[in-house]
Structure formats: structure tokens, C-alpha cells
Ligand binder design. Structure first.
Ligand code: FES
Length: 78
């Protein structure tokens, strides 16, 4: 296994983290993932956050695998 950490954004799904990492809460407390590869929820509907439990499928979460660009076009001046 590589020493490089890789985070993959899956289309309509979680962020999967592979490689060495430490997962913490905002106070620095370690969150033990219990495994080497983890899927982190990005739909917000998991019952085991921060981990994905597959709920993104039930709620039909939609997000691209690539960077999302939702910038709003500037309105023309009056
Ligand atoms: S991304 Fe899978 S439950 Fe949220």
C-alpha cells in the first residue's frame, strides 16, 4: 500500500479515504474508523456520521465526482 493518502469523491456518494490518515472531531479527539479504508458521508443523511451507511441512495443524493461549480452568474447592472 502506498504512503500517499487518496480521497475519492464518488458520484452521488461518499468520499472514500485510502491510505494513512487520522480522523478527528473538532476538539482533536480521534474517531476510530475501525478500518483502513473509510467512506465519509457527504449527503448528511447517514445514521453513523461521519461515515457513510448507504443512505445517500435512499435519499437520491446527487453530486458530481468532479468539482462542483455552482457560482451564480453576475446579474447585469441596471
Ligand atoms: S454519502 Fe452515503 S450516507 Fe451520506
Amino acid at each position: 500500500m502506498s504512503d500517499e493518502t487518496r480521497i475519492t469523491a464518488y458520484r452521488d456518494g461518499p468520499l472514500v479515504v485510502r491510505g494513512p490518515f487520522r480522523l478527528e472531531d473538532q476538539d482533536g479527539g480521534e474517531i476510530d474508523p475501525g478500518r483502513e479504508v473509510v467512506a465519509l458521508c457527504r449527503c448528511g443523511r447517514s445514521r453513523i456520521r461521519p461515515f457513510c451507511d448507504g443512505s445517500h441512495k435512499l435519499v437520491r443524493f446527487s453530486a458530481p465526482s468532479t468539482r462542483e461549480d455552482r457560482r451564480i452568474a453576475a446579474r447585469p447592472a441596471d
